[in-house]
Design a binder for this molecule. Structure first.
Ligand code: SF4
Ligand code: SF4
Length: 194
């Protein structure tokens, strides 16, 4: 891991200044449409970036609103002022990483997921099997109905979004090749054009 390579970035003032706060991007933004909160709209996030650029602290609330952005850039195409929102949100996130280091457990979890789990098919298979056991054994139902998950913070909320784990796990198919079966279908129209 290249922890020593640190590139400090932050939203550029020229990009922030392009926003005229017209609000034409609001309807294009999925997080604003879902949550109905100004601070989770492109305009609201830009407003918060301007505050931070002006010396406001990087608060938990700021981090949450910036993290909730999907970086889909649907707001860019709706913006008549040409705000480069993609650049802004990427720079805001880079600035958060440098100026507001994550708590140790979060850093460990990230290292585990990105540095090990996602790089190892065997570890992924094991995680899939454990997830299946967690569901099939009834533990998941128990954890959900007992309210235990609320003590796990964000991880507990993520658990509610976990898709059903069904055997056989698709990881077993990675790298396999499958011979073609049957005959290719060619419609009469295609044949006549050929
Ligand atoms: S980002 Fe663009 S569309 Fe959205 S408020 Fe600013 S100027 Fe208006
Ligand atoms: S990039 Fe973020 S702010 Fe823009 S539309 Fe997508 S979710 Fe909304």
């Amino acid at each position: 891991m290249a922890d020593s390579i640190v590139i400090f970035d932050k939203p550029k003032q020229a990009d922030l200044d392009r926003c005229v706060h017209c609000g034409l991007c609001l309807n294009a933004c999925p997080t604003y449409r879902e949550l109905g909160v100004e601070m989770d709209s492109p305009r609201g996030r830009i407003y918060q970036m301007v505050q931070v650029a002006g010396g406001a602290p990087i608060s938990e609330s700021y981090i949450e609103h910036i993290e909730l952005c999907l970086a889909c850039r649907a707001c860019e195409t709706a913006c008549p002022s040409g705000v480069r929102y993609g650049h802004l949100v990427e720079a805001a996130r880079a600035e958060i990483e440098i100026r507001a280091p994550r708590p140790l457990p979060v850093r460990w979890l990230r290292r585990f997921v990105f540095g090990f789990l996602l790089q190892s098919p065997a570890a992924l298979r094991t995680a899939g099997a454990l997830m299946y056991l967690y569901e099939a054994s009834g533990l998941q139902k128990l954890a959900r109905s007992s309210g235990l998950l609320k003590f796990f913070g964000k991880l507990g909320r993520l658990e509610a979004l976990a898709p059903p784990a069904e055997p056989p796990f698709f990881f077993g198919e990675i790298g396999k090749t499958f011979p073609a079966e049957g005959w290719p279908a060619v419609s009469p129209t295609c044949r006549s054009r050929a």
